[in-house]
Design a protein. Structure first.
Ligand SMILES: [Zn+2]
Length: 191
């Protein structure tokens, strides 16, 4: 995970810095999101796309109700689109969030081998896209930049809904500005 670079324009920069500082996220004290996450896992393992879509919608409905924000629409599509670059490289799209409609899209299968996505990958993508929605409707971060705060709030939501303890992310500064998660250092700290 790599953060976006700090924007130069003053207003966007101020928003970026507020997002970066906002590391906490209030979470439900009950299991409403944990139960919804479990439904997502069950429907994914069963390879039931329609059921998976319903479970993802239930998750975001419960989450939106908890934070008192509009419910974003969610589509679960059969397979990840492939994006090709001019240099011949290609990458898969894991999910996205539409700024105008609030639509969240996640994908059930990988682009090339058409394997069912792992629960961890699909669910972390759903949490990531939902946190963009949360940024705009709860925090008022219109640009919803990928800052350290954004990734930490996303990780809090993800681990909470999986019934796991939250472990703070460890960051390393990048030479050109921005940060990346230092997974090696995090693994060492866990031992
Ligand atoms: Zn994003």
């Amino acid at each position: 995970m790599i953060t976006d670079r700090v924007p130069r324009a003053r207003a966007r920069r101020a928003e970026y810095e507020r997002s970066d500082r906002t590391r906490e996220l209030a979470l439900p004290e009950d299991d409403r999101l944990v139960d919804a996450a479990r439904m997502i896992e069950q429907r994914l393992v069963a390879e039931d796309r329609a059921g998976l879509e319903r479970a993802c919608r239930t998750f975001v409905e419960r989450a939106a109700a908890f934070w008192g924000i509009p419910v974003p629409p969610v589509d679960v599509l059969p397979k990840r689109p492939l994006r090709r670059y001019r240099d011949g490289g290609r990458t898969e799209l894991y999910g996205d969030y539409d700024f105008d409609s609030g639509l969240i899209r996640v994908f059930m299968r990988t682009a090339v081998q058409k394997k069912v996505t792992s629960f961890g990958t699909l669910f972390s993508t759903l949490c990531h896209e939902f946190c963009h929605h949360l940024d705009r409707h709860l925090f008022g971060f219109e640009d919803t930049p990928h800052t350290r705060g954004f990734y930490e709030r996303t990780a809090r939501l993800y681990h909470h809904a999986r019934g796991e303890p939250y472990r703070p992310l460890v960051w390393t500064a990048l030479p050109g500005g921005g940060y990346r998660v230092d997974w090696a250092r995090m693994r060492r700290l866990r031992r």
